[in-house]
Design a protein around this ligand. Structure first.
Ligand SMILES: NC(=O)c1ccc[n+]([C@@H]2O[C@H](COP(=O)([O-])OP(=O)(O)OC[C@H]3O[C@@H](n4cnc5c(N)ncnc54)[C@H](OP(=O)(O)O)[C@@H]3O)[C@@H](O)[C@H]2O)c1
Length: 247
């Protein structure tokens, strides 16, 4: 299927590796021009080189920390008017909820909620003016079911989910959509960091394995396609059936 997004500009956050990189690669495969964001410039260079070699489209890169106001400004200066926005960053730390500090809560809110909220706010008016916009937020299966010990994720992802539910409906008539992708265990560095928690999750996946980042990247590219214009405000699990619900 031709997704009809060749030549569009995409800003992809947390894109030097893992799920963000997979989304970037899938979009580049559709002929989209990319701006990749991460904190490590060296990792970004490697990611950009790989995408340029495999797809023939060389991405721009912006080295910035999305958990800070300054970092987000730098991102918006590097790509002020994206047609496609993929928000994503590292997941919050795990641990006993009694020991979580105020600083950890603020960092999680900045990284996993406010960064997306600010980028969405900055991007939508240009999208509305062009009568085309696609926003995809990478959140987590913790939106549908909590994971013990990941209380920062369980809580902050819900803030973004609630925000998107309201905003998506306010801009839908302009052919600007916002959807969330909810990964279950997908084989990335983040998953390895979770150690035993990850192993226990993978053991319960009905598909019998962890996901491949490319499987989430493909879902992202579809949600960014012209054809997905009637899908908005949705939360799509990419979890091999792990979250067991009827609807
Ligand atoms: N993989 C899974 O199984 C899974 C499951 C559920 C939810 N998730 C969530 O999905 C998101 C992506 O996961 P992943 O597995 O791809 O993680 P990952 O392998 O750790 O990759 C995270 C990416 O985000 C960048 N990043 C991290 N913090 C950043 C910041 N403050 N500012 C800018 N860039 C930042 C990283 O580069 P730098 O470190 O250089 O900045 C890297 O490119 C995370 O929020 C994770 O919690 C993942």
């Amino acid at each position: 299927m031709n997704f009809n997004i060749a030549g569009k500009q995409a800003l992809v956050c947390g894109a030097s590796r893992g799920l963000g990189f997979a989304c970037a690669e899938a979009l580049a495969g559709e002929g989209v021009s990319l701006t990749l964001v991460a904190r490590s410039g060296a990792a970004l260079d490697i990611a950009a080189k790989h995408i340029a070699e495999t797809t023939g489209h060389a991405p721009k890169t912006v080295e910035a920390d999305l958990s800070t106001e300054k970092g987000r400004q730098r991102v918006l200066s590097g790509c002020p008017t994206p047609d496609i926005l993929v928000t994503n960053a590292g997941g919050p730390s795990s641990g006993d909820f009694r020991k979580l500090t105020h600083t950890q809560w603020l960092t999680a809110l900045e990284t996993n909620f406010l960064a997306a909220e600010e980028l969405i706010k900055a991007a939508v008016d240009h999208m509305i003016n062009k009568s085309f916009g696609r926003i995809v937020n990478i959140t987590s299966m913790t939106v549908r079911t909590p994971i013990q010990g990941l209380d920062l994720s369980n809580a902050t992802r819900l803030a973004l989910t609630g925000y998107v539910a309201g905003v998506a409906r306010q801009i839908a008539k302009h052919n600007v959509t916002i959807n969330n992708l909810l990964p279950g265990p997908i084989a990335t560095e983040r998953l390895l960091e979770l150690g035993q928690t990850a192993e226990q999750l993978i053991a319960r996946v009905p598909a019998g394995r962890a996901g491949h980042p490319r499987e989430l990247g493909a879902a992202c590219a579809f949600l960014c396609s012209e054809q997905a214009g009637f899908i908005t405000g949705q939360n799509l699990l990419v979890d091999g059936g792990l979250c067991s619900f009827t609807v």
